[in-house]
Write a protein that binds this ligand. Structure first.
Ligand code: NAD
Length: 453
């Protein structure tokens, strides 16, 4: 008998359903089935693989309300976010459905024959997903991996397995052959670690905490296993005095409180030029008070609860160490609710300034000039995303080049578009997902010389 995990609705604390957790033997069996399915999937004609991925996208599209509803109940995501997330899986599948027919190599001039390169798939790819964005992060892995001709085993987070389980059913319904895309719910220490140690898994694509990511990387070294890591963040939102301050202050809450701050790209440090600091803070206060923290299934909800009691306690631990400047409002009663919270920080050594809170808490600090802003922004081991608000194009360029982070936006907080590359500098990750090159990270380059003789 497999152990089970009781999935809880974080907005109500009510049990949703029990999910069977795979044992080591079940994880091995899933990996072996994926390895058996691999040769036929690899050899499926590019046009046919493309057609199947487009069909998978179409079936996801038909089930967007169902997937969104499942995510609202399982993860406490707002209805608007969850609908976007299901649509993102569809879009990623459609985008990478164009890849099988375009996975071209080079023809390189040589004497005595021809030289060509091929992008060969790896085999079985293991994808390990965290609980904060169960659908998009799964799709960013399995979309390009399947397109490149790999088969996939995917482990959702213990807390949030429901949409991944449903996506695997929809893949079968769309005609993706058995064993090509398998979801294996289970513990990180059992199923996740098995992806690292099983020799038939040729690449691990991990998104989660930096601590676990380091262990995965060390484990993969043993077999020189390919690995992509998408880890934590402590991103800066840098507001210069010449910026449109009203626009910057109005946008700042959603840049950090979206998904209740449980976002690796959350701009959880706001750096404001000293001459504009007081005005910015006075504009930020009503913007924070206005964030609508209500039942996530309500169509107008802007922020739901945290994922679990443990996450709420961890976030509270950060807030207990500091003085809260002002906060929004959140429901009382059942559910892991936490009001959007603002802290005015003055010491870059404070834990609230240095560590990823992964909750709706933002720290604001003044800076003196451009060099000081870049220095403060870079004074972290993380480097995932960030924003720069200024009307000066030259400054926008200089600061964008100066900040050590993988995904920056100017006068905007956007960070993830499926057709542009996404990933972290420093300890925020290794490798890139999404964008036109993602299928390459699920292949090996093979060079072949064919003699004239
Ligand atoms: P986590 O590291 O605890 O877990 C992530 C996944 O790894 C889960 O599926 C878990 O079961 C599994 N796991 C745990 N221990 C494992 C082990 N020893 N071997 C293999 N797998 C194991 O992270 P979390 O708490 O679920 O997610 C939050 C973290 O994810 C945050 O730090 C956040 O910044 C990060 N994150 C990063 C990105 C990004 O793209 N950079 C995106 C989303 C989340």
């Amino acid at each position: 008998m497999s152990a089970t995990y009781t999935v809880v609705n974080p907005a109500t604390e009510q049990a949703v359903t029990d999910v069977a957790m795979a044992s080591l033997a079940e994880a091995d069996a899933a990996i072996e089935r994926a390895a058996e399915a691999y040769p036929a999937w690899r050899d499926t004609a590019p046009g046919e693989r493309a057609r199947l991925l487009r069909r998978f996208a179409a079936v996801v599209d038909e089930h967007i309300p169902e997937l969104a509803e499942l995510e609202v109940r399982n993860s406490g995501h707002t209805w608007g976010n969850a609908t976007w997330e299901a649509g993102n899986v569809r879009d990623v599948l459609n985008y990478y459905s164009a890849a099988p027919e375009r996975l071209t190599g080079h023809q390189i001039p040589v004497a005595g024959g021809i030289n060509v390169t091929f992008h060969e798939p790896l085999g079985v790819v293991g994808i390990i997903v965290p609980w904060n964005f169960p659908m998009p992060i799964a799709g960013w892995g399995f979309g390009p991996a399947l397109a490149a001709g790999n088969t996939v085993v995917l482990k959702p987070a213990e807390l949030t397995p429901l949409t991944a389980i449903r996506l695997a059913e929809l893949a079968l319904e769309a005609g993706i052959p058995e064993g090509v895309f398998t979801v294996v719910p289970g513990k990180g220490s059992v199923v996740g670690e098995r992806f690292v140690t099983h020799p038939l898994v040729r690449k691990v694509c991990f998104t989660g905490s930096t601590d676990v990511g380091k262990k995965i990387m060390a484990g993969c070294a043993d077999q020189v296993k390919r690995v992509t890591l998408e880890l934590g963040g402590k991103s800066a939102n840098i507001v210069f005095a010449d910026a449109d301050l009203a626009k910057a202050a109005a946008a700042a809450p959603s840049a950090v409180f979206d998904n209740a701050g449980q976002d690796c790209c959350a701009r959880s440090r706001i750096l404001v030029q000293r001459s504009a600091y007081d005005e910015f803070v006075s504009l930020l206060q009503p913007a924070v008070a206005g964030v609508k923290v209500i039942d996530p299934s309500d169509r107008s909800s802007e922020m739901g609860p945290l994922i679990s009691a443990a996450q709420k306690a961890a976030v509270q631990g950060f807030v207990d160490e500091v003085e809260v400047a002002f906060a929004g409002v959140a429901p009382q009663g059942p559910g892991y609710w936490f009001a959007p919270t603002v802290v005015l920080a003055d010491d870059p050594q404070q834990r609230i300034w240095r560590e990823e809170v992964f909750g709706p808490v933002v720290a604001v600090m003044p800076f003196d000039d451009e060099a000081h802003a870049v220095e403060l922004a870079n004074d972290t081991e993380f480097g995932l995303s960030g924003s720069i608000y200024t009307r000066d194009v030259g400054r926008a360029l200089r600061v964008s080049r100066g900040v050590e982070a993988g995904n920056l936006s100017v006068n905007s907080h956007s960070s993830v578009r499926y057709w542009t590359p996404f990933g972290g500098f420093k300890q925020s990750g290794l490798g890139r997902e999404l964008g036109p090159d993602a299928p390459h990270s699920f292949t090996e380059v093979k060079n072949v010389f064919i003699s004239n003789d």
